[in-house]
Design a protein around this ligand. Sequence first.
Ligand SMILES: Cc1cc2nc3c(=O)[nH]c(=O)nc-3n(C[C@H](O)[C@H](O)[C@H](O)COP(=O)(O)OP(=O)(O)OC[C@H]3O[C@@H](n4cnc5c(N)ncnc54)[C@H](O)[C@@H]3O)c2cc1C
Length: 394
Amino acid sequence: MSIHIDTDCVIVGGGPAGLMLALLLLRQGFQVTVAEKHADFLRDFRGDTIHPSTQELLSDLGLLDEFLARPHDDMPRVRLSWQGTELTLADFTRLPTRRKAMTFMPQWDFLDLLADTASQHPGFRLLRSTRVTDLLREEGRVVGVTGAGPDGDVTVRARLVVDASGRDSEVRAAAGLAPVGQAAAMDVLWFRLTKRVGETYPFVQAGAGMIITIDRGDFFQIAHVIPAGSWTGSDPDLADMRERIARISPRMVDAVATVTADDVHLLRVKLERLRRWYTDGMLCIGDSAHAMSPAGGVGINLAIQDAVAAARILGPVLRERTPKEKDLRRVQRRRTWPVRVTQFVQRRLQGPLIASREPGEPLPLPLRVLRDHPRLTHLTGRFVGLGARPESIS
Ligand SMILES: Cc1cc2nc3c(=O)[nH]c(=O)nc-3n(C[C@H](O)[C@H](O)[C@H](O)COP(=O)(O)OP(=O)(O)OC[C@H]3O[C@@H](n4cnc5c(N)ncnc54)[C@H](O)[C@@H]3O)c2cc1C
């Protein structure tokens, strides 16, 4: 059996960028189909941070109470522990937003909220377990996508095609768009650690690489930042990892001793972006347009801000006519600057994040500046919490 759909907009990828764009276009009265290659959003290899600016957006959409009704943790300040020295990296308490905290919520809960809300609109179709593999073209213009779903071939024709399928997008490649960037200096090891009742850790611990600890209730999700290329999964690598973690966080030693190489996922950090985010008929947003480093945990925020800008710029165009390249270019122009600024700062932060210091050695310069001038943490809070160019639906 094959499925044929005609719609206003088809979005490849049901991540934060794709589902937010879908919801915003549906609210403007358009028909939207999202193709998502997985059956559900239940994957833990994803980020959990929902920033104050995204919560402001949820409030504008009337979804904040529903969002906060789901299990979450609030973090008004990002604190760092560096070999016994405690300091604040970013303070959100003075932001001009309704919510003055970064909120941790498993990404699947957040995506479920967006998908459930989108489903209340009659024009929405979410094609789960549907992988898009190619583009439909007519006279050189992209007019839809093709792929395979649980019931066979899928063809979706649309006036606007948006690729929000993440940093390894095959759709982007099919469109002939290739990202450029510099090799990142770091990789991330992602694994679970058992949690004893009442046990807590600082969110960021550093000193020989960095450990980020996300409390997921009955276990800790660990993101351990290491120099790029230093993990192959071998026994010596595992021993090195345990030794580094023991230096950064001696209390974690027992729990990390039970972690095997099979438990560890390697995330190769990419810092790259497309020179051109669009081709005639198709626009890339989110990680597909710009893969971010995990520094600052801003990838979800930026992906959502792209979606807001795209809906605000392209919605009025779609009402009148089929978007042209010049319309898609306006979205890129709006969003390139915040991406460039954020990637610049992330590149500068890579050194301190993976720096290895012996006890007693001074803190890296950026951390000393924040320790000695704590008012600056409101500025870093603004940069992390709102982004370089916040977007709003109004
Ligand atoms: C381990 C890890 C931890 C992270 N931690 C954080 C964090 O704490 N905070 C933060 O802000 N960011 C974090 N990030 C980055 C963040 O997850 C991304 O920046 C963000 O999810 C990008 O959103 P997106 O919608 O652009 O793409 P994605 O979230 O990557 O979504 C793309 C979607 O497209 C689907 N897809 C891919 N190919 C196809 C296809 N061919 N057909 C159909 N569907 C397809 C995928 O299944 C996926 O659901 C982390 C990333 C990783 C990997």
